[in-house]
Each structure stands twice: as C-alpha cells, then as structure tokens.
Design a protein around this ligand. Structure first.
Ligand SMILES: [Zn+2]
Length: 282
C-alpha cells in the first residue's frame, strides 16, 4: 500500500519534528551558548541529533515493519482458533442489513433485481481501513476473503480514511474452514497448505469471475481454495488434493453442503448450502 506507507512516513517525520519542538527548551539561547562556550553548544546539538535519530528509528520500528505487522502490534490480535472466537471476531465489525446498504453499493455490485430476494435481510459486515488486517478464521485476515472490487481498491489506496467495504459471510463457512485446518493438523498434514482464493463475491464480482449465476459465493456461503503441498512431500499434486477432498467428504461437509472437485486443477470449492451437492466441472 504505497499511499498508506507514505502517510505513515509523513506522520513519523511529523512526530520526530514535534518531538524536536518539545525538546526546544533544552536548546541554549544564543547568549548563554556564547557564555558556556561553543564546545558546549556543539555537544548539545550532537545530543539533539542523536536523540532525533533514536526517535526516528523507534518510529520506524513501529510503523515501517509493514501495515499488517503494525496492525498486529497495535491491536495485539491473535489467530482465531475456535468457533466462539470466530463469532467474537465477526461481532467486532459494524454491521448493516441488505436493505440498509448504500444505494450506490447495491447498484454497483448489482445486488438488487434478481438477487434481492436471496439477499433479503442478510447482514453485511462493514470493513474499514486497517481493519482489513483483522483475523477472521485461524490466521486468515479479512482482506483475503473480501471481493477485490472498487470499494476494496478505494479502501486500500488510503487506509487511514476508513472507507467502507461491505462483506457478506455465513459464519458456518468460517467454522468449516477452521474445521478443515484442524482436521489437516490432526492427521499430521500442513494446514497452511490450503490457500483461500475466493469467498464473498457480490453479483458483479461473481460475473467477472465467471461464476455460476446462482453461485453460493454471492451469499457468502462458499470458498474456493487452492491446495498446495499438504503432505509436505515437496510436490503439489493429485495426492494432496485427494487428502483434502477426502476430509471434506467424510468429516467437514458431508451432506451439509456442496463440493466442487474440478479435476485436473488444484482448486476445490466447498459451501454450506445446507444440502448435499457435488460436481466436477466449473
Ligand atoms: Zn466456488
């Protein structure tokens, strides 16, 4: 986020300037400096410079380790490791019903018309500014599961302005993502080897992705993951994918939702539609 970093830099330099201003009484008035001699004035100047440098490097430590680390340091957040913690993480976001969404958003995302009945009364979370770095399931941050749309771009272009983005998520989906990660760990596999690619897609984002017209992503009920080297054998192949599909089939989704298997790719879709569905082709 170049703009965010530039802002942070200018704030840090401003803070250093403020600090120097406050330290001004330590500077000797000219007459006194003459009285105490040039050497003392030089020492005082050196000391001020040193302190300013220390101030700047301390500033750098907190602001320039990257906006994500900065957010973690500031909020002290921890990965979200239980269903209750998922509920709590979701509750920290401001929420708004479908009916109360700004008209501009509904129009832009094409959420009205044929989709209005499916989205009626749904609760959207409002994600603003630096809160895109908040963990929502395990160590997955909310920016990973948002539609990468105009609202997203506007927010990340200037995080300090707290521009809103609207996120629709079924918390049962987050539970399933956590359950899958836990099941992988329990079976001795690498739970970080499933990469979350897509979660909520409003109708426009769904259309741009080439999703099915009634895709569960539109309701925030679906996730597409990319399977990587789950069994840590240094290959990303069908064996890894089979491990994930097997867990989804037998433990995680079963008859409660849909699984898109997409043979020949490393992508898997699963959702929490509430009844069994299976398909291979995208
Ligand atoms: Zn999908």
């Amino acid at each position: 986020m170049p703009t965010g970093s530039a802002l942070q830099w200018s704030r840090c330099t401003q803070r250093a300037r403020d600090w120097l201003e406050r330290a001004a009484p330590c500077r000797l008035p000219r007459e006194s400096a003459w009285r105490f001699g040039g050497a003392l004035a030089v020492k005082a100047t050196k000391l001020l410079c040193l302190l300013a440098l220390l101030g700047l490097s301390a500033c750098k430590g907190s602001c320039f380790s990257g906006p994500r680390d900065c957010y973690d340091e500031r909020t002290g957040q921890q990965p979200v490791l239980t269903h209750d913690a998922i509920d709590q993480a979701l509750d920290t976001f401001e929420s708004v019903t479908f009916e109360s969404l700004p008209v501009e958003y509904t129009r832009y995302s094409r959420s009205g018309g044929e989709f209005a009945s499916a989205l009626a009364n749904r609760t959207y979370r409002v994600v603003r500014g630096h809160d895109i770095f908040r963990y929502v399931v395990a160590d997955v941050r909310v920016d990973r599961v948002l539609a990468k749309d105009r609202y997203y771009e506007r927010n990340v272009a200037s995080l300090d302005d707290d521009m809103p983005q609207y996120w629709l998520i079924d918390k049962r989906l987050l539970y399933k993502i956590l359950d899958l990660k836990n099941a992988l760990t329990e079976a001795g596999y690498d739970d970080s080897a499933i990469w979350i690619r897509d979660v909520h897609r409003h109708p426009l984002a769904n259309q741009q992705r080439g999703g099915a017209s009634k895709s569960r992503h539109i309701r925030g009920e679906a996730v597409d993951i990319v399977v990587r080297d789950v069994n840590r054998d240094r290959f990303e192949n069908e064996v890894d994918k089979r491990i994930v599909l097997e867990l989804l089939e037998t433990e995680i989704i079963g008859d409660e939702g849909g699984i898109g298997r997409y043979p020949g790719t490393m992508v898997v879709h699963f959702d929490v539609r509430g009844y069994r569905a299976r398909w291979d082709r995208r």
